[in-house]
Design a protein around this ligand. Structure first.
Ligand SMILES: [Zn+2]
Ligand SMILES: [Zn+2]
Length: 332
């Protein structure tokens, strides 16, 4: 009862939305930092927040920093079934490829974020520390909602140092505000949530899991071409090419589905059909070049090159617009 009352007070008398935000201590962040993380995560998501038992910090790399990307992978794979978001909080310095030390890190459109309390300045009173933590958590949550970096004046402006963080705007620009509000509508178990989890699994090579989540999403929302295209791509990744073609054929007007079917046609030894499918896709120039580079091989790899999924069959590479991430016309 007391907990229910506290939750109501936190969220301004509205009951929390379905799904839980899990805070995961990594290493030994202080109880005060965990309390700030939980407060900020609840405030920014309108969800119930639960703090999980601490996990040991992995050993640092040669640069003395823990890999932020590896932590994110562990957080999404270990997320409880009702996780809306997972917030990793560590006292260790974090590093990311090509960026060196980072304060916080999140992958676009994935549910996990992580940040380090190591670089957070100990100065200021509790209100200032909370404000700083809130900006950091809200910024990384913005990435989980699919937002890239934005112009100055938006909470999504690039921030590499604590000084940058202290100068970040308090609020999102209107476009990113709209994106955040849309992302906050997702409910664990609904088709959009299933598609998001599937995307995480695809990136991590867990194709079986991805197919299972996408089948659930498609059965709940059978008319959605994006979901069927993604299921087809996941089946290709699993090596189930005839099932992939059958699913992709149910989304005949989706450009991504045509491109993926062209890769399948090429892989099956039918370059003429591949070229015809690619000619019908959005970008005939790129499509024809890919179709001509035909190979009698099964699809071997699928990689993510934002904002596209690249399907490769031997020397053939077909770029399929990522059907899950929304378009980002004014970002980066
Ligand atoms: Zn950022
Ligand atoms: Zn913005």
């Amino acid at each position: 009862m007391l907990r229910a009352l506290l939750v109501l007070l936190l969220f301004g008398c509205a009951p929390p939305a379905p799904g839980v935000v899990y805070v995961v201590p990594i290493g030994a962040p202080s109880p005060a930092e965990l309390a700030r993380a939980a407060w900020a995560a609840g405030r920014e998501t309108g969800r119930e927040v639960r703090v999980l038992p601490a996990r040991p910090a992995p050993p640092p790399g040669a640069d003395g920093r823990v890999s932020a990307g590896a932590l994110l992978d562990g957080l999404v794979l270990g997320a409880p079934a009702d996780a809306f978001r997972v917030v990793g909080v560590t006292d260790r310095p974090l590093g990311a490829p090509e960026e060196g030390e980072v304060i916080g890190y999140a992958r676009l459109g994935e549910r996990a974020l992580v940040y380090s309390t190591d670089a957070l300045s100990p100065g200021g009173d509790e209100a200032e520390r909370r404000a700083r933590t809130r900006r950091l958590v809200a910024h990384e949550l913005g990435h989980t909602h699919g937002a890239g970096h934005c112009r100055a004046g938006c909470l999504m402006a690039s921030a590499g140092t604590v000084r940058d963080l202290d100068h970040l705007a308090d609020d999102l620009c209107p476009a990113h505000r709209a994106r955040a509000l849309a992302a906050l509508q997702a409910v664990p178990g609904d088709p959009d949530w299933q598609a998001g989890v599937a995307r995480e699994r695809l990136r991590l090579g867990r194709f079986e899991d991805a197919v299972a989540h996408l089948r659930e999403a498609v059965s709940a929302r059978p008319g959605d071409d994006r979901l069927r295209t993604t299921l087809g791509v996941a089946l290709m990744a699993r090596g189930d090419l005839s099932a992939a073609d059958a699913v992709l054929a149910t989304a005949p007007d989706a450009p991504g589905a045509r491109q993926a079917r062209a890769a399948l046609a090429a892989a099956a030894g039918d370059p003429a059909r591949a070229v015809a499918l690619l000619d019908a896709a959005v970008d005939p120039r790129r499509g024809r070049a890919a179709g001509v580079a035909y190979a009698r091989r099964a699809v071997t790899t699928i990689t993510f090159v934002e904002p596209e999924i690249v399907v490769a069959a031997g020397p053939l590479r077909v770029a399929v617009a990522d059907p899950i991430l929304p378009r980002r016309p004014n970002e980066r």
